[in-house]
Design a protein around this ligand. Structure first.
Ligand code: 13P
Length: 249
């Protein structure tokens, strides 16, 4: 059985005052059955870690560099994230692939660095609207996955299916489209890693997940949880998503 996972990606949002939302979330959901990971901007990692100690909530980074240390101004090494208290790191988000020119080869190198530091990568893949319209969605997912996978080890790995056109748009794929994408990712994972290792990988859906659509998305086969952006910023929005995931478990 794979434990359900709800990951909140705060992206470039959040100041110290917003940590009150973490306190409110913990108060409303002190013992979720699902694993819950909060991924704040780097400036809040240490302070959020302080808020999450001795709670079931876990911490994640939003990106890391592939190198262990060195002359990389503005970048963060995986070991630094771990040192700040992170257990996970989001890698290959489309906002990094598009906005920072990250290739899948770079994502794979980052994933190797994350694992070397003891972090579980949350590897993001997703097709654009044009790629889906051209009937290439599954092919794009398989290609990104194959090139972004770190290696065949059985260290913890999470894969997030995030259709680029569903991120921040309020639009979501149909349950059938999500089921098709996740089924394809699961079988591609099995082809690359073997069925045993692939069976332990959590597959998250991401893109406009909110309280109103969470239950329907979590009912889709092969959906082990969600990677949530906008709705993860406020306890009043993220709490119901966690509750829906717990109910789906
Ligand atoms: P939204 O939930 O805001 O659509 O963002 C999804 C996402 O990109 C999470 O990584």
């Amino acid at each position: 059985m794979r434990q359900k996972l709800a990951a909140g990606n705060w992206k470039m949002n959040g100041l110290g005052a917003d940590l009150a939302e973490v306190d409110a979330l913990r108060a409303a959901h002190p013992a979720p059955a699902s694993q819950v990971v909060l991924c704040p901007p780097a400036t809040l990692l240490e302070r959020m870690a302080g808020r999450l100690t001795r709670t079931p909530y876990l911490l994640g980074g939003q990106d890391c560099h592939a190198a262990a240390a060195g002359a990389h101004t503005g970048d963060i090494a995986a070991a630094m994230l771990a040192d700040a208290g992170a257990a996970f790191v989001i890698l290959g988000h489309s906002e990094r692939r598009e906005g920072h020119g990250e290739t899948s080869a770079m994502v794979a190198a980052k994933a190797r660095a994350a694992r070397a530091a003891g972090l579980a990568p949350i590897l993001c893949v997703g097709e654009t609207e044009a790629e889906r319209a051209a009937g290439r969605a599954l092919e794009v997912l398989a290609d990104q996955l194959a090139r972004s996978l770190p290696d065949g080890s059985d260290a913890p790995l999470v894969v997030a299916y995030e259709p680029v056109w569903a991120i921040g748009s309020g639009r979501t794929p149909t349950p059938d489209q999500i089921a098709e994408a996740h089924g394809h990712l699961r079988s591609e994972l099995a082809r690359h890693l073997g069925a045993g290792v692939a069976g332990a990988v959590r597959l998250l859906y991401g893109g406009s997940v909110k309280a109103a659509n969470a239950a329907a998305i979590f009912a889709v086969p092969e959906v082990d949880g969600a990677l949530v952006g906008g709705a993860a910023l406020r306890a009043a929005d993220f709490g119901p998503v966690i509750a829906a995931l717990d109910a789906a478990g």
